[in-house]
Ligand binder design. Structure first.
Ligand SMILES: Cc1ncc(COP(=O)(O)O)c(C=O)c1O
Length: 348
């Protein structure tokens, strides 16, 4: 049986579809998408592609699949992707790039998911010899989940692009939460999107849809991704009912991500006023990480104590606790969570 929490900050994937979203799903026009005949899926794919400044889009059931299709478009077996050591594509997709696509990887170490262009570019291997694995792809993540919702600035991404493109090294963005970066900064989605060859975005995180991601890229790349999606067994039929949830989410839940950011900030400020475990200046979107390196309690102890107080959080490591804001958490729940956290830390 699942336990009921007064405030559930485990993840922004927990949201349940609203009544309005369910109505939109029920009313969706559908067809067999494997034959390209689902008008609602086609509308979602075209809309997301346009928003991100790309030619075409492909609806996938998960962000992991959208990412892994993106990776395999650019990297042939025996070549490599380079990424942050905390990147979701390498750390939390169960080795899919190696298991399915024969892709090897190397990583750079970052502070909270921040990107230093020189560090990234110096890791690239270009040209071929008989020893070194050639770099085919740089993968970035924006916002950065395990980094704590960190936003990658546009000029940083542009510097990586400028240094990699002349060498024929492609770029993929895991944009599961690119929506949050867009709302927090006001930078157009397409301005981010155009700096990458492919981008994946999730509808099932802060946007509140029950399922669904979209991979965007050139028309040719997405044609190829469509073949691979089917080969992996993820060709779907009348999934306009799911795409309708995504379209509804874009219409109703995009601008309101600002509320999640404000509440994460409100929580961080309340906790920081009592215990030096978070710097509000480092809370850039909807994710807060408590750094317990200097605190007597471990992340597991804090998570267990918070659970006893009705607040669910996640231990990212022995010293780091992650809390994620989403559309089912309001101001009162935020204040409840900050009071519980302060009590748990013994800082009241
Ligand atoms: C940054 C990031 N990328 C990709 C994914 C994968 O999405 P899914 O769970 O739909 O496979 C997640 C999921 O939490 C994520 O946080």
């Amino acid at each position: 049986m699942t336990r009921a929490y007064a405030v559930d900050l485990l993840s922004d994937t927990l949201t349940r579809p609203s009544a309005g979203m369910r109505s939109a799903m029920a009313a969706a026009e559908v067809g067999d998408d494997v034959f390209g005949e689902d008008p609602t899926v086609a509308r979602l794919e075209a809309r997301v592609a346009e928003l991100l400044g790309h030619e075409a889009g492909l609806f996938t059931p998960t962000g992991s699949l959208a990412n892994q299709l993106g990776l395999r478009l650019h990297v042939t077996p025996g070549r490599e992707v380079i990424a942050d050591s905390m990147a979701h594509i390498l750390r939390a997709e169960l080795g899919a790039a190696a298991a399915f696509s024969g892709i090897t990887s190397r990583t750079w170490i970052s502070q909270r998911g921040r990107v230093l262009p020189d560090q990234v570019l110096s890791l690239m291997v270009v040209g071929t010899d008989v020893y070194h694995v050639p770099t085919a792809l740089i993968a970035l993540e924006n916002t950065h989940n395990f980094g704590g919702g960190t936003i990658l600035p546009l000029d940083t991404i542009a510097a990586v692009r400028a240094g990699s493109q002349p060498h024929g090294v492609a770029m993929h963005l895991d944009g599961a939460r690119l929506w949050n970066a867009h709302i927090a900064t006001g930078v157009e989605l397409a301005a981010y999107g155009r700096l990458f060859d492919t981008v994946s975005v999730c509808l099932s995180k802060g946007l509140g849809a029950p399922i669904g991601s979209v991979l965007v890229g050139s028309a040719a790349a997405i044609r190829e991704a469509r073949v691979w999606r089917k080969r992996y067994g993820a060709g779907m039929r009348q999934v306009g009912i799911l795409a309708a949830a995504g379209l509804y989410a874009l219409d109703h839940n995009l601008a309101r991500l600002a509320d999640d950011h404000a509440r994460a900030q409100r929580f961080a400020q309340a906790v920081a006023a009592k215990a030096p475990v978070v710097d509000p200046a480092e809370v850039e979107s909807n994710i807060v990480i408590l750094d317990l390196a200097q605190h007597p309690r471990s992340a597991a102890e804090v998570v267990a104590d918070l659970a006893d107080r009705g607040v669910r959080a996640y231990a990212l490591s022995p010293t780091r606790v992650r809390l994620v804001w989403h559309l089912d958490v309001d101001d009162a729940a935020t204040d409840y969570a900050s009071a519980a956290t302060i009590a748990t830390l013994g800082a009241a």
